[in-house]
Design a protein. Sequence first.
Length: 402
Amino acid sequence: MSTNSFLPYGRQSIDADDLAAVTKALQGDYLTTGPGVGRFEQAFAETVGARYAIASNSGTAALHLACIALGLGAGDAVIVPTLTFLATANAARFCGADVIFADVDPDSGRLTPETLDAAFKRAGSAKVKAVLPVHLNGHCADMATIRAITEARGVKIIEDACHALGTILQSGNNSTAQVGACALSELACFSLHPVKTMTTGEGGVTTTNDPQHYKTMQLYRSHGMTRDAAEFRHRDLAFAPNGQPNPWYYEMHALGWNYRITDFACALGESQLKKLPHFIERRRALTALYDQQLAALAPRLKIVPKQPGDNAALHLYAVLIDFAGIGKSRAQVMDELKARGVGTQVHYLPVHRQPYYRGLYGALDLPGANSYYERQLSIPLYPDMADNDVTRVVAALRDVLA
């Protein structure tokens, strides 16, 4: 049941089991770089059906580690749909790669085979090394077709799955796979921010089935540093006269980052994973209620379409509103909904329109993304909502859009 009179667009679901798990971790011997991290990674990998999972301190770090694993650098380029959070593009820029922004479908906000083809053409002679499809709101991009396009060009895929934990996609040959199993990609990245499907407070996870990618991400997550004696290069410094490795010794083999996640965050993650089936079931039930009740508000309001054949677990419930048609600005609609106890948000200003990227690449005309952005509004969706909270949100929308 809902516990708040005000309904935010999203919020965490924390219970006594979560509190007990974090308390136990805080009372343990390790607060960071301890065994809790490995346990959480193993549990997460098993949950999504991947061979490996690397936990980090944010979804941004998860994306950056994936770009590092593919060896992105200066002289490379990646294709990123412009309708996403900043981190999708920024992760590639952290590596020195250029970003080719792709347009999106105006009604779904997602990368399509057509907009991907157009981005490849606009890239010209640029060395495109990866594509980062975004599973916006929790609905997947058309991964089977996108995979066919990239394979024909020798280009790798990193899934930005930060919105899509729990979503099941069509993986080809009449089969399905969990998002994160990397059935149609090299790597997949998740955010565990509080408004996502589950949380570690802040945090991220990158999954892969490639042992070399896994090893690379382990190295770069912690300063490019290793304590593995088999990897040591300065044997005169690393080993004692008896041939045993010196117990204090470590080596830095690359310029890495401190992207480590704490054990108490992973304890929360382990506890939340146990409730993930409930979170997913509840989000799907609330989504079905919204789909049913919002249909009456057409054509003033449209529901964002799902990818055919997929079974989404939505992070965000997005609607498209004809603000000009109703004679109100989006800010006015958001204020009027807030006055009725309904929180909303906009996801997202197209990244190519941000001052940094506009200064870097100049003005771009991506009309599909602009159309989606101009109409988009995210309305409340989180597991602790009650069924009548959906009815309340829909009633508020009816009043404001009338």
